[in-house]
Design a protein around this ligand. Structure first.
Ligand SMILES: C[S@@+](CC[C@H](N)C(=O)[O-])C[C@H]1O[C@@H](n2cnc3c(N)ncnc32)[C@H](O)[C@@H]1O
Length: 249
């Protein structure tokens, strides 16, 4: 899938999620054979938020991850640039009774409207792959995370085993657009999903990008026959050394 420039991809992704918003959750349940919510719960366990934590959910969409986070964190900021996806999330938060602890914010994840070191933890599920610049997105997440704060990233990946990857490709190429398109009425959106998984760095490369953005001790674990990965890492807690007065620079 080709995009003219960053603006073209941003507009495509935003409109595409707007189109499929009402069927998005249902598509996830069917395509993952009912497992996607357990992956989100695992990601929340790895973030391990506590009632005094402010947590940012980047690309919160219809709010599934935010709702799990809200059961454990003090407050969750659910950020997304698709109003339609978030509109569904607002309704779900009210139905779940966590609306007091989840605040939905419409913004671009590549220009987060928050001060440096604002959050105790950040979580991002199935979103980072859609960024027009992975490095810029990671830099923004790093900036708003407080020193010592944790990032958990749940994302599709490709199995490191070439045999498993070979078996995975027909699922991506044929079944994902067929099933996802059948549920949402938008086959193009699920062709984009398959193409974006193949275009995205594999788990080890994503770990490298996180280290380049300044994150420490990046670890990951595979789920679902290594087609999904959860990365966990944190921002360095040690203070940045300031030059002493009179020290030559
Ligand atoms: C695949 S959905 C994931 C939603 C949710 N995190 C989940 O677990 O189901 C990706 C979401 O990221 C949002 N998104 C993608 N790029 C974004 C960006 N640059 N800024 C804000 N939201 C973005 C989309 O609008 C969409 O709602």
């Amino acid at each position: 899938m080709q995009f003219r420039d960053h603006h073209d991809k941003t507009r495509y992704v935003n409109r595409m999620f707007g189109r499929i918003a009402s069927r998005y959750d249902w598509g996830n349940r069917v395509l993952s054979l009912g497992r996607d919510q357990s992956w989100r719960r695992r990601a929340v366990d790895m973030l391990d938020p506590t009632p005094d934590h402010w947590v940012l959910d980047v690309g919160a969409g219809t709010g599934d991850l935010s709702l799990y986070l809200a059961r454990r964190a003090g407050a969750v900021v659910a950020l997304d640039f698709s109003q339609r996806m978030m509109g569904i999330g607002v309704g779900k938060a009210a139905t779940s009774g966590v609306q007091d602890r989840v605040c939905f914010v419409a913004a671009d994840a590549l220009r987060l409207p928050f001060a440096d070191d604002s959050f105790d933890g950040t979580a991002v599920a199935f979103t980072i792959r859609n960024f027009v610049s992975l490095d810029d997105g990671l830099a923004e997440i790093h900036r708003v995370l407080r020193p010592g704060g944790r990032l958990v990233c749940l994302e599709f990946t490709r199995p490191p085993s070439s045999l498993l990857n070979w078996l995975y490709q027909p699922y991506l190429k044929y079944l994902v657009p067929l099933i996802g398109g059948g549920i949402s009425g938008d086959r193009d959106a699920y062709r984009y999903l398959a193409a974006s998984i193949n275009a995205f760095p594999v788990a080890e490369e994503l770990a490298g990008a996180m280290r380049d953005a300044g994150f420490m001790k990046v670890e990951w674990r595979y789920l679902n026959m290594a087609t999904v990965a959860i990365h966990v890492t944190h921002k360095d807690a040690s203070p940045v050394p300031q030059p002493q007065a009179g020290t030559p620079s």
